[in-house]
Design a binder for this molecule. Structure first.
Ligand code: ADP
Length: 419
């Protein structure tokens, strides 16, 4: 392994693994720190669920992951968080980055959540989401990490006792040598974290090239765009174009959807128009969970004899609000995640090996129900969503999609890509 990555959530890890793979690194995503030996790969992305847990726990989990990655050969560590810098004054970006710097005995790192291709740009330290400042975007109302300040120098400054600086775009646009000089100058001033401006994807390539000597890099998945080239220049990886195809897995394919995002609702409607689809009734599920899961499994067994099928809890906002009012927000979410996990494992017992899953939390629940510890990352199906193949036995072909990813026909495309 050359690059060791720590991601603070599950589908964010997949997104990062997809970016690295597309740029020619053979990448494996692990679900937490695997118990088995480290898989063979150029890059390993350890997926944690540490974005909104207490900072001390996030620090501990990230340090454990860092030590495991270093022990297995990582030459550089990448800490991946959301491109909207999801965090609070308590963390967890600042505390985790500080702890990783201490662990790596390094005085300086950068923080760059930009991904211009996906509408995340940084100018003079201010993060924009599309055409809006972060603090004017819907992220200002996020239930767990409301982002009410767009000035990342200030935001990160509240999360660390150390000095936070800025590499402005007028330097970034001059290219990698100027950026590397700016890093050295900031480090000499005693700055520990530098927010780096980026307004075009080309900037990320230059920032990546300027970061080759850093022990720790922090950023969004876009920040990884420029890293594989460093390892190619250093002759640590061969020249490769994108991912090699993952082996095809035959047999029936199922779509499980627990995402209620707008894109997913469209995908559910498009798939249900042409294929058997069964909605989960959360009230019936709450009343008799085992009976409801058994019925859904019986339904799926029949339908899968003839072709693919969909089981979904996805519902429009007003229906979700009504269910949450009746059952409680978290209780409803966890109950549905458990049910979809139980359905996945019941289907696996029936021999199903191809799963398309919609929803970040839902994907985490399904992968853990299937007892998957690591995923090999294959070619991209849609931006941010690669085809994955699980390690271990049996092997599953998986497409794990966070809420708003994928076009209307994503489910059909994904089943085809996995078959
Ligand atoms: P996304 O990636 O779109 O955010 P997630 O799977 O991360 O999707 O989150 C969706 C959450 O909504 C899950 O906890 C899921 O169990 C829950 N959920 C799904 N359907 C319903 C529903 N009909 N009512 C209430 N909650 C639901």
């Amino acid at each position: 392994m050359i690059l060791g990555c720590i991601a603070d959530d599950f589908t964010g890890a997949t997104d990062l693994a997809n970016t690295l793979t597309r740029r020619g690194m053979h990448t494996v995503q692990t679900i937490g720190i695997p118990k088995a030996a480290a898989p063979e790969a150029d890059a390993i992305v350890v997926a944690l669920k540490s974005r909104t847990i207490p900072a001390a726990e996030a620090v501990q989990q990230s340090l454990d992951a860092c030590r495991w990655l270093k022990a297995n050969g990582a030459k550089q560590i990448f800490f991946k968080y959301c491109s909207t810098f999801d965090s609070t004054d308590q963390g967890n970006i600042g505390p985790v980055a500080d702890a990783l710097l201490d662990e790596l005995q390094s005085p300086f790192t950068i923080a760059c959540p930009a991904f211009p291709e996906n509408g995340r740009t940084i100018y003079l330290g201010h993060l924009f989401v599309g055409n809006e400042l972060l603090s004017d975007s819907s992220m200002r109302n996020h239930p767990l990490t409301p982002m009410k300040d767009s000035n990342l120098v200030r935001v990160l400054g509240k999360q660390t006792p150390h000095k936070v600086g800025l590499v402005p775009w007028k330097i970034v646009k001059q290219g990698a040598p100027a950026i590397a000089e700016a890093f050295a100058a900031l480090e000499a001033e005693g700055i520990r974290h530098a927010i780096v401006d980026a307004v075009e994807d080309k900037d990320l390539e230059n920032i990546g090239a300027a970061s080759s000597a850093l022990a720790l890099i922090t950023g969004g998945s876009g920040m990884a765009i420029g890293l594989p080239a460093n390892f190619r220049v250093a002759r640590l990886i061969p020249k490769r174009e994108g991912a090699s195809a993952v082996p095809k897995i035959g047999g029936p394919g199922i779509v499980l959807s627990g995402s209620c995002s707008a894109a997913t609702l469209g995908q559910v409607a498009a798939f249900a128009a042409k294929h058997p689809a069964h909605a989960i009734d959360p009230v019936a599920l709450a009343a008799a969970p085992e009976k409801a899961v058994a019925e859904l499994l019986g339904w799926a067994r029949e339908k899968l004899k003839k072709g693919p099928a969909l089981i979904y809890a996805s519902a429009p906002p007003e229906r979700v609000a009504a269910i949450q009012a009746q059952l409680g927000r978290e209780q409803a979410g966890t109950m549905i995640e458990h049910a979809l996990g139980a359905i996945a494992s019941g289907l696996a017992d029936q021999g199903v090996r191809r799963f398309v899953v919609a929803g970040g939390e839902t994907s985490g629940a399904v992968v853990s129900a299937l007892k998957v510890e690591a995923l090999e990352i294959g070619p991209q199906i849609a931006p941010g969503v690669p085809a994955c193949l699980s390690y271990g036995s049996p092997r599953y072909a998986l497409a794990l999609k966070s809420g708003n990813f994928g076009g209307p026909q994503f489910f059909t495309e994904a089943l085809k890509a996995l078959a």
